[in-house]
Design a protein around this ligand. Structure first.
Ligand code: GRF
Length: 223
């Protein structure tokens, strides 16, 4: 008998971009394996050949590619090559999981509304680099992380969900980073799953979740 697939919905195709350790990529792989993420991880692309996340992709049997930004003196040439490579995999969703290159407006516009980033601060605090050290220097008593839609404003796209962690007396930036990563590994696949379920979109510069326009800092995740 031929199975009736008329109502079968194709799984969301996800391409993950990485630059480093890929622990967030691993969280996506684990969530997929545990059926908390109903998606196909179709490819991993790294801008660094030495990224250990590439080994995670290989262990999980996910196709990977390296597009080394150092081979492209012009940023736009790198971006165009990367955009073409991403598009080759026909993604429904692009995940920036510790991808440490600033993307041009041309790239961002091409994948607008279907590209998510995770940034290790409670945005709008501390866009850019060294977020945990900046939180320490400011005497903050909490740090955190934000999943957001990517727009051409660096770390400025509409937030989807934030998770906070305490800063404990004597913490180094590395201590905070480790604590924050634990939250990232929960909320990033969770937000992607909302997208896969058709519950999440970006509209008029805001995040819409279950038909509701979210507050400017997105949902708050409580562990
Ligand atoms: C994460 O902390 C993420 O917020 C930031 O880069 C780090 C990536 O870690 N953008 P990993 O490569 O996923 O382990």
């Amino acid at each position: 008998m031929i199975p009736d697939t008329t109502n079968a919905r194709a799984k969301t195709r996800i391409v993950v971009l990485i630059s480093g350790s890929g622990s967030n990529l691993q969280a996506f792989i684990d969530a997929r394996d545990n059926r908390q993420l109903d998606a196909d991880l179709v490819a991993v692309i790294s801008n660094r050949p030495e990224a250990t996340g590439l080994e995670r992709a290989a262990r999980a049997g996910i196709t990977s590619r390296v597009i080394d930004h150092q081979a492209y003196p012009q940023r736009l040439d790198f971006d165009r090559t990367l955009a073409a490579a991403v598009a080759d995999y026909k993604p429904d969703l692009v995940i920036l999981a510790g991808f440490m290159r600033i993307l041009s407006a041309e790239f961002v516009d091409r994948f607008s509304g279907r590209m998510l980033n995770i940034h290790p601060s409670l945005l709008p605090k501390y866009p850019g680099l060294n977020t945990h050290q900046r939180a320490l220097d400011a005497g903050d008593n909490e740090a955190g992380t934000t999943v957001h839609f990517v727009t051409s404003q660096l770390d400025g796209g509409p937030p989807i969900v934030q998770g906070a962690v305490p800063i404990i007396s004597g913490d180094s930036a590395a201590d905070i980073a480790a604590r924050v990563l634990g939250v990232e590994h929960v909320i990033f696949p969770m937000a992607a799953q909302w997208y896969c379920e058709g519950r999440l979109s970006m509209q008029d510069g805001a995040t819409l979740l279950d038909g509701e326009v979210l507050a400017p800092t997105g949902r708050t995740f409580e562990a």
